[in-house]
Design a protein around this ligand. Structure first.
Ligand SMILES: Nc1ncnc2c1ncn2[C@@H]1O[C@H](COP(=O)(O)OP(=O)(O)O)[C@@H](O)[C@H]1O
Ligand SMILES: N[C@@H](CCC(=O)OP(=O)(O)O)C(=O)O
Length: 385
């Protein structure tokens, strides 16, 4: 096998993934835990072995591992995943330590050092902490470690939970410019309907249209995974819209995949790879309001990639300050872009429908600026998360 390293845009099939320069690999709870509860040491060892075979060829790996809550159930005498948040937090706090102990020991057997990285959604939506997370992950990779990422369940609250690690993995892949996102589950591919109901495997998703005939069902094993197929396909869409391919298969197939075999479902990259700031705007930033714009403004701003001027805005929703991120929606209400507002929601009403020249004459030269500069805006190719 060649040792040539491939970047996101040149990875066009599952077989190419074995040569990626940098991968985010997400593994679900269902693949790491036994039916009786607790961590499946065998499954974890197989996964570590597969990751190490990639790393030995020079691929950088960030592992996003679920399983903390599932691993904490047995030691706490719980039989199924608890419903209340405090009990989930407690189970995660117990289970995360156990999970990391297993990863640390197993990777150490292969001479590799593991680094635990626990993230909350807050860490990825605030610009300051978002860049911190990026810096830490880059440094950990540069030092040759294997970052093992999970949601910081013990402190996450109902409002700020990711709810599933599929999305966390997608956001991490965008954050660190991974060349692909690998989603490892207990099912070997995406099926056109739930496998338990006779669905057939799908080898390739080239565009959202290919998903039209696919029925996405809920999670497999009751009480273990959280997202089911819906969040996996969403995660794949988050990265493909950002110019990065994704591959979904089972954890049991990981070694075959990293040996260059065509397994699972390959999601082709569609969008252009965005810079870190645009990716933050598209997927991570919390929006504080919405600007509704007319047909002419949609043409200019969305299709013509021009700055948004006050004349094209018809309505303002929400309360936001200068510098906050807002959504931009066309006359049908569909959100078509996001951007950083140069005016607050209290300043804007007096400006709507007026030309910049008129505003400059009436209110002063400061009002000649666009409401959202084109460099502060991302056009969405899909409904973002
Ligand atoms: N269209 C589909 N194709 C494949 N699997 C599906 C589909 N719809 C539902 N599923 C179920 O989704 C499960 C995987 O999701 P989940 O249990 O959340 O796993 P994980 O713990 O890996 O995140 C599979 O076991 C499968 O039964
Ligand atoms: N942070 C949680 C992840 C829960 C989760 O998303 O699970 P899964 O659907 O199996 O990826 C844990 O470690 O238990």
């Amino acid at each position: 096998m060649s040792t040539r390293q491939l970047r996101g845009s040149t990875i066009t099939s599952a077989a190419d993934l074995a040569q990626a320069r940098r991968l985010v690999i997400k593994v679900g709870s269902s693949s790491l835990t036994t039916l009786q509860g607790g961590i499946s040491v065998e499954a974890l060892e197989q996964l570590v072995h597969a990751c190490q075979s990639l790393r030995a060829r020079g691929t950088e790996v960030v592992l996003v591992s679920s399983g903390a809550i599932a691993a904490g159930l047995y030691p706490l005498g719980l039989e199924t995943r608890p419903q209340d948040l405090a009990a989930q937090q407690a189970a995660a706090a117990v289970g995360q330590g156990l999970l990391l102990a297993h990863y640390t020991r197993t990777f150490a057997e292969h001479g590799a050092t593991v680094a635990q990285v626990l993230l909350t959604v807050e860490d990825l939506i605030r610009r300051s902490t978002y860049t911190n997370a990026l810096r830490a992950l880059e440094k950990l990779l540069a030092l040759g470690t294997v970052p093992v990422v999970n949601e910081n369940d013990a402190v996450a609250t109902a409002e700020i939970r990711f709810g599933d690690n599929d999305r966390l993995a997608a956001l991490t892949a965008n954050l660190i410019h991974a060349d692909a996102l690998i989603l490892l589950s207990d099912v070997d591919a995406l099926y056109d309907g739930p496998p338990s109901e006779g669905g057939k495997p799908v080898a390739r998703i080239s565009s959202p249209a290919d998903l039209e005939g696919v029925t996405l069902g809920p999670r497999g094993r009751a009480g273990v995974g959280t997202g089911g197929m819906v969040t996996k396909v969403e995660a794949a869409q988050i990265v493909t819209a950002n110019g990065t391919p994704a591959l979904l298969t089972s954890a049991a197939n990981a070694q075959a995949l990293f040996d260059g075999e065509e397994v699972g479902t390959f999601f082709e990259a569609r969008g252009r790879r965005r810079g870190a700031r645009s990716a933050w705007l598209a997927h991570l930033a919390h929006t504080k309001g919405r600007l509704l714009i007319d047909e002419g403004a949609v043409k200019a701003v969305v299709h013509g990639r021009r700055s948004l001027l006050p004349a094209g805005i018809t309505e303002i929703e929400g309360a936001f300050e200068t510098g906050d991120v807002v959504e931009i929606a066309g006359p049908g209400g569909t959100v078509q872009a996001r951007g950083v507002a140069a005016f607050s929601s209290t300043e804007l009403p007096q400006m709507l429908g007026r030309s910049t020249a008129e505003l400059a004459a009436r209110l002063g030269p400061d009002y000649e600026r666009p409401v959202i500069h084109t460099d502060d805006m991302v056009r969405l190719e899909m409904r973002s998360v």
